[in-house]
Write a protein that binds this ligand. Structure first.
Ligand SMILES: Nc1ncnc2c1ncn2[C@@H]1O[C@H](COP(=O)(O)OP(=O)(O)OP(=O)(O)O)[C@@H](O)[C@H]1O
Length: 348
């Protein structure tokens, strides 16, 4: 004979797949009826037509069968606007201080911010951001990416994400891929339209991305900055003084010269520079020979100038590693390099 308390206890273990909180705590479980081992209940989704309804149904049935239910009839409904507003407000209350500052910016929040920057575009800044984030997640860390490359957002496409974040009122639930939570300007433009905002508006967006996103608990937030030393980089420096920076360059001397400006700005804003990542360092031929297509030495020169170190040398991907996604598998050469880099950051 089942009793209501057992049913609620079992459902406490079932989480909303996006909010990562118990469906009981989120007030999504209603109207539990018990007839011997036959159960019926209502599940009230946060938004109508929630794409993860099937997963919730599966998890609820499994949890209830585990306590002896022989049949489970679920009726799905959706929260009213008022209920959704109340829920969002309570989730938001954990996100921001009373002064409206994102909690994650408090120095004791436990979130480590790493901004990935470069002097010029196309050197692999987003590739480094994505693969470092995925490597940290593979090591069990809770990781988010803020694609703040507002004019050149590319991360959703590079991670093969075509889904948009679920919106609870004005608050976004980040999209998850490869165990990493992602927010990008690319989610909020129509048909890949370019973004043409200037300073103050951009500042507001970065702030919005921090305040109005339900990031949940994070260990790391990686920020993919636009190349160069423009408005976004300056605003980020002011808003997140505790951020550390990784500077990406190719070995080309000219590229590292341009990257030095981004590095000097990091020094100027007193951000700790974690090091330089040399991308497209070489191409390894079938004979095992390393071909230095972009020359050698630029990254070392940059590291010397910034009194830091080259923390990774990332080669060109082998043709068979180019699978259409910019996330390299763990067992590829590039995947291993990022695992090593993530371990170095964790245990430094
Ligand atoms: N090590 C690598 N091997 C092969 N291809 C790479 C490598 N690194 C980057 N690429 C490719 O080079 C292109 C540019 O990389 P990416 O978008 O990461 O650079 P970026 O510096 O972020 O550029 P932007 O600032 O213009 O967005 C992408 O198509 C990416 O897949």
């Amino acid at each position: 004979m089942l009793v209501k308390e057992d049913v609620i206890n079992a459902l406490q273990q079932v989480e909303d797949p996006e909010l990562h909180q118990s469906i009981v705590k989120l007030n999504m479980v209603r109207n539990i009826q018990i007839n011997g081992t036959h159960l019926s209940l209502d599940i009230i989704l946060t938004i109508p037509g929630c794409p993860l309804k099937a997963k919730i149904q599966h998890d609820v049935e499994k949890a209830l069968q585990a306590i002896g239910a022989s049949s489970v009839a679920i009726t799905f409904g959706a929260m009213t606007d008022q209920e959704r507003r109340t829920l969002t407000a309570s989730l938001q209350a954990k996100n921001v201080t009373e002064q409206g500052m994102p909690n994650m910016l408090l120095l004791n929040s436990g979130v480590q911010f790493i901004a990935i920057t470069s002097g010029k575009g196309g050197v692999g800044k987003s590739t480094v951001t994505i693969n470092l984030a995925v490597a940290l997640a593979r090591l069990g860390k809770r990781v988010g990416i803020l694609d703040a490359d507002i004019y050149g957002f590319s991360i959703p496409a590079m991670m093969n994400i075509d889904q948009k974040p679920t919106m609870l009122d004005q608050t976004a639930i980040p999209v998850e891929s490869h165990g990493v939570k992602l927010m990008s300007m690319g989610f909020f433009t129509n048909d890949n339209q370019p973004v043409m905002w200037r300073g103050p508006m951009l500042n507001k967006w970065i702030r919005n991305f921090l305040v109005n996103t339900l990031w949940g608990d994070l260990d790391y937030l990686l920020i993919d900055l636009p190349p160069g030393t423009g408005d976004v980089a300056i605003d980020m420096a002011a808003m997140i003084p505790q951020a550390q920076e990784i500077i990406v360059t190719t070995p080309h001397l000219a590229a590292s010269h341009v990257a030095s400006r981004a590095g000097l700005m990091a020094q100027h804003t007193k951000h700790t520079i974690l090091g330089v990542v040399e991308n497209m360092a070489y191409f390894e031929g079938a004979d095992g020979q390393k071909n230095y297509l972009f020359g050698q030495g630029g990254a070392d020169q940059l590291a010397d100038l910034l009194q830091t170190q080259v923390i990774a040398h990332v080669p060109f991907a082998q043709p068979e590693e180019n699978t259409g996604s910019s996330v390299y598998e763990e067992e590829t050469i590039i995947g291993e390099i990022f695992t090593n880099l993530a371990e170095d950051l964790l245990y430094q």
